[in-house]
Design a protein around this ligand. Structure first.
Ligand SMILES: *Cc1c(COP(=O)(O)O)cnc(C)c1O
Length: 558
């Protein structure tokens, strides 16, 4: 099966199909978009992830916004091809047998990028071990560490068993797969006939590894206490690999990847700066994330681009020429998408949304730092803005991680605000946010709202999907928006502070009242001009085609 593939892309989650629950949010969607672009661009890549038979959960929301979760059972056989391969991985001293399934991402020229999904659900394994590849981000620390052993160490072994023995680069999409570096070190030592790890071995492995970090705060790093690591991974490894483990008393997956990668990057310019502060001893570059343009352009914008911008799929830079699409056609395409979304919202929630009203959208994981409820800090003020400047309506969506109680409370807070604003501002919360809904939402609202607590948003990608569809952002200046925002040209900035929610909300209200609502209701030409600039300046750049070109130049083939 080794057909000259030279880049192995490892990710704990990959959103390769909207309806297959192998992703939880931005990280997995980015991985899927990266592979879609690799297939389009014929980049010789192969990807590795876990199968997640029970997936990321199905979200139920009751009348007060209380979230409950249900496991999703998807029919693996309907989506994936079985692959006849088995490898062994040791977990807590037991031998766990791993198999793999294959899914091919097919590019524009029929070029294929295979994804191998690791699966421990085999009769040879104990009941406990059979469940190890079931749930994405489920279970306790021990479960997570076991999953990361299977992904990193099992993943390399599966690739070798399949004949991929000329891989030049191992790309770790976040630290969950860092343990692959230990397997590569082990291969290095074995190829010399054994002995201790040398500086040269480390240098050799480092040359092969690329690490993309996504977490701008230390609390977000994946860490395991050493006694747990000793039990699960084996005590000898820790002892032998002291040089590359960090830090006191724990295995830090971020540091492991940092120590063993020759190229390290953050996912936006600002995040590169933040990462260089966090990890001052390392050389860290930045490659800003993107989205796969033809996946995230909505049906009516695909038609519009096909009619006006020849070859936009093969050359996303040409979206720059969106500036010459007649304004009335942009508006018409937008109204089609707006109607598609509103019909769905009204059908699901009975919210009674109206096509001529300014619609704000907010769809993302319900993590507290994303502050879905920032808009509701002062309900009287919001009510007055909608009454005096022009009426607004708002669509929300997003899942909280099952163990994130605070995230769940944010959803409930949005429900409470919706209840209190009933009659003044209609607000809908759609359940079970996934990529399909993400596409519908980012294309069907008028303005995409983004209110993370700075500097927590490493990049963010949903605003890029919106931009492709001519939907400008009203966003805290953080992540990609620092690069994408030209005030009043591609959207609007909310001044973000690190700790002052009240000041951030104040800035949000002022922008909404003073700039966004007036542009929408009173200056339609100016508003459509912003829509076209969102496509031309941001859609043309914040895509995975440009992003992957940068990885090729800086990290893969340099
Ligand atoms: C794009 C997308 C995300 C990422 O959105 P952010 O703005 O980066 O938070 C998360 N979930 C789904 C379903 C998406 O489509």
């Amino acid at each position: 099966m080794n057909d000259g593939r030279t880049i192995a892309y490892f990710s704990m989650e990959i959103g390769f199909r909207a309806d297959t629950p192998t992703y939880s949010g931005g990280l997995g969607v980015l991985a899927g978009d990266t592979l879609r672009s690799a297939a389009d661009m014929r980049v010789p890549m192969v990807a590795v992830t876990l199968i997640h038979r029970k997936g990321y959960f199905f979200q139920h929301l009751d009348q007060s916004g209380h979230q409950t979760e249900e496991a999703v059972r998807w029919k693996v056989e309907d989506v994936l091809q079985p692959v006849d391969v088995r490898v062994n991985v040791s977990i807590e001293g037991r031998t766990v047998v791993l198999r793999a399934w294959r899914y091919d991402v097919i590019g524009r020229g029929d070029f294929r990028v295979p994804i191998f999904l690791l699966d421990s659900d085999l009769p040879e394994n104990s009941t406990q071990d059979r469940a190890l590849t079931d749930v994405l981000y489920g279970g306790d620390n021990r479960y997570r560490l076991s999953q990361e052993i299977l992904l990193g160490i099992g993943g390399v072994r599966i690739l070798r068993a399949l004949g991929f023995d000329t891989i030049d680069r191992f790309h770790m999409n976040e630290g969950h797969s860092s343990l692959l570096t230990l397997e590569l070190l082990d291969e290095q030592v074995r190829s010399r006939g054994g002995g201790a790890v040398t500086e040269e071995d480390i240098a050799d492995v480092r040359r092969c590894c690329v690490f993309t970090t996504h977490t701008p705060v230390p609390a977000g790093q994946d860490r395991f206490p050493l006694d747990l690591v000793g039990q699960v991974l084996g005590p000898s490894l820790i002892h032998e690999m002291q040089q590359v483990f960090c830090c006191e008393g724990e295995l830090n997956m971020t540091y492991l990847a940092l120590n063993l990668s020759h190229y390290i990057n953050g996912v936006a310019k600002k995040h590169g700066d933040v990462a260089r502060h966090m990890f001052a001893e390392y050389k860290i570059d930045a490659i800003t994330n993107g989205v796969h343009a033809s996946t995230w352009a909505s049906p009516s914008f695909v038609r519009l681009f096909d009619a006006h911008i020849e070859g936009w799929r093969d050359d996303n830079f040409s979206l720059r020429y969106a500036l010459s699409i007649p304004p009335e056609e942009v508006w018409k395409a937008h109204l089609e998408e707006k109607k598609r979304l509103q019909d769905e919202v009204n059908r699901q929630t009975g919210a009674g949304m109206a096509l001529d009203r300014l619609t704000l959208g907010f769809g993302r994981r319900a993590a507290t730092y994303k502050r879905a409820d920032l808009l509701f800090r002062d309900l009287d003020r919001l009510r007055a803005i909608s009454r005096n400047a022009g009426p607004i309506q708002i669509v929300f969506a997003g899942k909280a991680h099952p163990r994130d109680e605070e995230g769940k409370r944010v959803i409930e807070a949005v429900y409470r605000a919706a209840e209190q604003l009933r009659g003044d501002i209609s607000i809908a919360y759609l359940g079970n946010y996934d990529m399909n809904m993400g596409g519908l939402l980012t294309a069907g609202v008028d303005v995409w709202l983004n209110t993370p607590r700075s500097p927590m948003e490493a990049s963010g990608t949903s605003g890029m999907k919106a931009a492709l569809n001519g939907v400008p952002s009203l966003s805290i200046l953080d992540g990609w928006w620092i690069e994408g925002c030209i005030e009043g040209v591609t959207g609007w900035a909310i001044e973000g502070t690190a700790a002052d929610d009240a000041a951030d909300a104040d800035s949000l209200y002022r922008k909404l009242e003073g700039s966004v609502i007036p542009a929408f209701y009173n200056q339609q030409d100016a508003f459509i001009s912003i829509m076209r600039h969102a496509i031309a300046l941001n859609g043309s750049f914040f895509n995975t085609q440009r992003m992957l070109q940068q990885y090729v130049l800086k990290a893969y083939f340099e």
